[in-house]
Design a protein around this ligand. Structure first.
Ligand SMILES: Cc1cc2nc3c(=O)[nH]c(=O)nc-3n(C[C@H](O)[C@H](O)[C@H](O)COP(=O)(O)O)c2cc1C
Length: 267
């Protein structure tokens, strides 16, 4: 059965999950949602089985994924699924958000929703795990993915799990996130360690960074994926004073080149 998986990823967790599922299913195309952000109209995948894989932001969807979910037509698909990756909680309301957006768009919701706990990457609030803690989380994520794959292979139904605590967070924290996200990049600064390599420009899924006189300048459509700050090879990007000491993160199954490929076109 032909499958298409659409993904969004800042630091590689969601792309790693999408790749692992695609490899196990076979006959599967993995499409970056960022490559479709400027294409007009409804998106109708030429596949019987379709999935969305993305991170949880403030117990909800990244803005770009929410916009995408509101313009896809899955009505002809035999099976639809979503997998959200997260550092702690908020998976249930995020899956519900996808379900209601795609249902509203063309009357076809999700057949199954899953979440996978992975290393958290919200460096503006905390340090990402490293060493044994990171290795244990990634090993546990692989076990979770191994359980999800046969369910998707067999096109089985799975209810979207909803915890009351994370539902509350969705109603309180997510509106704050959606109203502040775009200007978030104003917090980013670059130190003299910058080598003008342009990695930040290339990895930004929102095309939100320009190099001006060799230095990154952030515009006003930040997704807060934190890819620029985590993936800068020189560790030159900061957001306030606290991030200097915080651990950077990239999922080890995903290369920087793969994350650069999300645009569909290279800057
Ligand atoms: C802006 C932002 C908000 C986040 N909010 C949550 C959250 O509400 N709950 C959670 O468990 N993890 C949260 N995280 C962590 C990510 O969901 C998690 O690390 C995810 O696996 C990152 O996926 P990626 O590597 O594909 O970008 C947040 C991360 C960012 C950058």
């Amino acid at each position: 059965m032909k499958t298409v998986i659409y993904y969004f990823s800042g630091t590689g967790n969601s792309l790693a999950v999408a790749k692992k599922i695609a490899e196990a299913l076979g006959d599967c195309t993995v499409v970056p949602i960022a490559s479709l952000k400027d294409t007009p109209g409804v998106i109708t995948p030429a596949a019987e089985r379709v999935g969305i894989v993305c991170p949880v932001y403030f117990s909800g969807l990244p803005l770009m994924v929410a916009k995408f979910a509101g313009r896809v037509n899955f009505s002809h698909c035999r099976y639809t699924f979503a997998v959200v990756t997260l550092g702690g909680s908020g998976g249930g309301p995020t899956l519900s958000q996808i379900d209601s957006l795609i249902e509203k768009c063309h009357g076809r919701g999700l057949d199954a929703g899953f979440f996978v706990k992975m290393p958290g990457n919200y460096i503006l609030m905390y340090s990402s795990p490293s060493g044994k803690q990171k290795a244990d989380l990634l090993a546990s994520a692989d076990r979770q993915i191994a359980k999800i794959i046969p369910v998707i292979e067999r096109c089985e139904h799975r209810d979207v799990p909803l915890a009351i605590y994370s539902k509350l967070l969705h109603y309180v924290a997510y509106p704050w996130f959606t109203s502040h996200a775009r200007n978030n990049a104003q917090k980013f600064t670059v130190t003299s360690a910058c080598t003008s390599c342009g990695t930040c420009v290339k990895v930004c899924p929102a095309d939100n960074i320009d190099l001006v006189e060799g230095r990154p300048v952030w515009k006003d459509r930040c997704e807060v994926c934190c890819g620029c700050i985590h993936l800068c090879p020189a560790g030159a990007i900061q957001a306030g004073r606290r991030t200097a000491k915080r651990q950077r993160y990239r999922n080890p199954s995903v290369s920087i080149t793969e994350l650069e490929g999300q645009h569909g076109k290279r800057p």
